[in-house]
Ligand binder design. Structure first.
Ligand SMILES: [Fe+2]
Length: 367
């Protein structure tokens, strides 16, 4: 994925525009951002007289979609349910119970977002406790199992075919967004039940092979290096904001995968300047499919969306704030949302499991 800004220093202007994007829009207009590379590349802003989402009907398969993951029922102790996927990234809903076997993903890196629940993760590299709001990053090939604590568990699993890395901070400096010193890694402990038979369920090309050992296979007594399991909590991510300018979603990038990016939208103050937009501009994702998972708080730009729901805005059709969100945003000082976004360069496909929990009327929710 290329993350360079190829914008022209002297953009063209035709008709009624604002010279500063997202600020002081021409009276009676709605701004649309038409941009390459998910807000990183060449961009034009279009000033329209109607919200571009004010369609009356849609015929054909392309439409904004929404799914209620709360209605999915992942099996136990560890049976992730895939709901969206392409060749680079697969999104699953997971509700593990105490696993009496280990799991190893040979197909990709696993990034978990703990939406609900808590527990202990045993890995090749040691043991790590986790709680709500944690991201857990497990490199491909790690052997692990979840030991959740009592109560409901609900994790979003973002499975990445390529290696997960973090974006460059560039001029923000190395300690911005989250200080790498806030990352926690596992601690070695003696393995549980070292003398019984243990199975490792290895996923390779989406098929499971079970390998059995007469001992606990997580028997590592020491390790050194820079490839390991790690954890960061959303409360330790400090979003970058501007009081005078609505920053694009790319400012909230948390992880990079191959041909996709994971962003985190977190509680933050709204823009202060009266002419500065406070809600996301309309756009059509010309290069990315955009998936948003809503975890907590009030989702200020979306009506009818609650915790545990997902929206999917595919390439080619517009989305943007719901009509009441623009005036409503003027009545508040801040947003308290916690949401995870996955922007995928290649088109995603919904699985039959997703179709079963689709909010069918979502496409008409801008009316
Ligand atoms: Fe978007």
């Amino acid at each position: 994925m290329k993350l360079t800004n190829e914008s022209s220093l002297f953009p063209l202007r035709k008709g009624r525009v604002t010279r500063q994007a997202h600020v002081d829009l021409p009276e009676g207009t709605f701004e649309e951002e038409f941009a390459r590379q998910g807000f990183f590349g060449r961009t034009s802003h279009l000033y329209r007289t109607h919200p571009v989402t004010a369609w009356t009907r849609i015929e054909g398969p392309l439409r904004p979609r929404s799914y209620d993951l709360n209605r999915l029922e992942p099996g136990g102790p560890f049976e992730p349910v895939c709901f969206l996927r392409n060749e680079d990234v697969a999104l699953h809903w997971v509700a593990p119970s105490a696993m009496d076997f280990f799991y190893r993903n040979a197909d990709g890196d696993d990034v978990y977002f703990i939406h609900a629940g808590a527990g202990r993760l045993e890995t090749t590299f040691g043991v790590l406790d986790y709680a709500r709001g944690d991201y857990l990053v497990l490199p491909r090939g790690t052997t692990y199992r979840f030991l959740p604590s009592a109560g409901p568990q609900a994790y979003l699993l973002i499975e990445s075919a390529g290696e997960i890395t973090i974006p460059d901070r560039n001029q923000l400096g190395p300690n911005a967004i989250f200080d790498p010193a806030m990352i926690d890694t596992p601690d070695l402990e003696p393995p549980a039940e070292p003398d019984r038979e243990w199975a490792v369920h290895i996923k390779r090309r989406n098929a499971i092979t079970r390998v059995y050992y007469p001992f606990n296979p997580n028997d590592v007594v020491g390790w050194k290096g820079d490839l390991t399991v790690w954890r960061i909590n959303v409360k330790d991510i400090r979003p970058v904001v501007s009081p005078r300018y609505h920053l694009p979603p790319s400012a909230h990038s948390t992880f990079l995968g191959r041909n996709f990016v994971i962003c985190t939208f977190l509680p933050r103050p709204f823009e202060e300047e009266p002419g500065a937009m406070r809600v996301p501009f309309y756009h059509a994702n010309i290069d990315y499919d955009e998936v948003l998972f809503y975890s907590d708080g009030h989702f200020f730009s979306r009506e009818g969306i609650g915790p545990g729901m997902v929206t999917w805005h595919p390439q080619g059709i517009h989305h943007g704030p719901h009509p009441k969100a623009i005036p409503a945003s003027r009545l508040k000082d801040r947003t308290d949302e916690v949401a995870v976004m996955v922007d995928a360069f290649h088109p995603l496909e919904a699985t039959p499991a997703a179709a079963a929990v689709e909010n069918e009327a979502y496409w008409s929710s801008w009316k």
